[in-house]
Design a protein around this ligand. Structure first.
Ligand code: ASP
Length: 313
């Protein structure tokens, strides 16, 4: 008998305030999340792997300009876009990651090819772009990644030494982490996770966050769960968030909910790490915890309605 399958996605966490959200904008965000769920779910229902599903869902989110990944990625201090992504196969524990790349339309597709074809796990910068070229990836001009809102966000901080997590302050929108991610379980009981981001507005010195770091922003293991994080990357790296949740399940017998509640709502809060994550376990249970004001998120289980949410329940 086939196992029930399920998928969850996120489009970032942070201070997403109802007071500054228009109904039109809310609808757009929800459409973006729903499209991603549909892209992944279509593959899962055809019997494709969770790996294919999370890649397809993240590609849909990367192509959607409101999220900080692919088209819509934030500006660096140099006025460029440097993107990070990672993907992990819970069945084999194989992983692929890439950081600091420009010009690649779908960084998650490159992370997948790094996992499948490079013989390595983590590639970075211009040499990773060279690998992409060899693998036949098309390069986009800088103009493809240009988004007016992102440009304005950058203008506000570009002459300072400050950086912003996707967006903070001036527009009254508060802190928002626009990274995207997906986790899924397929009909064969295999788990997978994927995460993609533009990182922080005005970032300098080749700054890399948690998103491409296996164990911090992304982790999948058939014995436990699949996780994709969003939040203040520096804290998520230091707290090794994704692997921490898996470890609590593996070594201490926590349920997915217990592990998520403890790490996101207790440990990270005390540590100062604002953000959230999406998680799915080997039974298909889904948890979408966050310790910020909101998190763009959606999930769908075998045949049931898609659930899309932004704020606390
Ligand atoms: N975690 C990402 C980073 O620090 C930011 C985000 O989640 O939006 O690069």
């Amino acid at each position: 008998m086939k196992n029930p399958f399920a998928i969850a996605v996120h489009g970032g966490a942070g201070t997403i305030l109802k007071s500054t959200m228009t109904p039109e904008k809310e609808l757009l965000y929800k459409q973006g999340l729903t499209q991603a769920i549909e892209a992944g779910n279509a593959l899962l229902s055809e019997g494709k792997s969770s790996l294919d599903a999370v890649e397809a869902a993240v590609i849909a989110l990367e192509n959607f300009p409101l999220f900080n990944a692919g088209k819509g990625a934030v500006f660096t201090n140099k006025g460029t876009h440097e993107m990070d992504a990672s993907i992990m196969n819970g069945q084999t524990l194989e992983a692929g990651a890439v950081s600091g790349i420009s010009k690649i339309k779908n960084p998650i597709a490159l992370a997948r090819v790094i996992m499948d074809k490079s013989g390595h796990v983590f590639l970075a910068g211009t040499d990773a772009e060279m690998f992409a070229q060899q693998m036949g990836f098309a390069f986009e001009p800088e103009t493809y990644f240009f988004e007016e809102t992102r440009f304005k966000q950058w203008q506000e901080v570009k002459d300072s030494h400050g950086y912003q997590l996707d967006h903070s302050g001036q527009h009254g929108e508060g802190k928002k982490f626009g990274t995207v991610g997906a986790v899924a379980i397929d009909q064969y009981g295999n788990l997978a996770a994927a995460t993609s981001t533009g990182g922080m507005t005005n970032k300098r010195f080749g700054r890399i966050g948690d998103s491409p770091v296996i164990g911090a922003g992304t982790y999948a293991n058939n014995q436990t769960c699949a996780i994709s994080c969003t939040g203040h990357g520096e804290y998520f790296i230091r707290a090794v968030v994704a692997y921490d949740i898996s470890c609590l399940m593996e070594y201490k017998g926590y349920t997915l909910k217990q592990a998520c509640d403890y790490v996101v709502k207790d440990k990270l809060v005390k540590f100062g790490g604002e953000g959230g994550l999406i998680a799915i376990d080997k039974f298909g249970n889904i948890e979408l915890p966050f310790n910020s004001e909101g998190m763009y998120r959606a999930c769908k289980k075998n045949g049931e309605e898609t659930v899309v949410k932004i704020y606390e329940d």
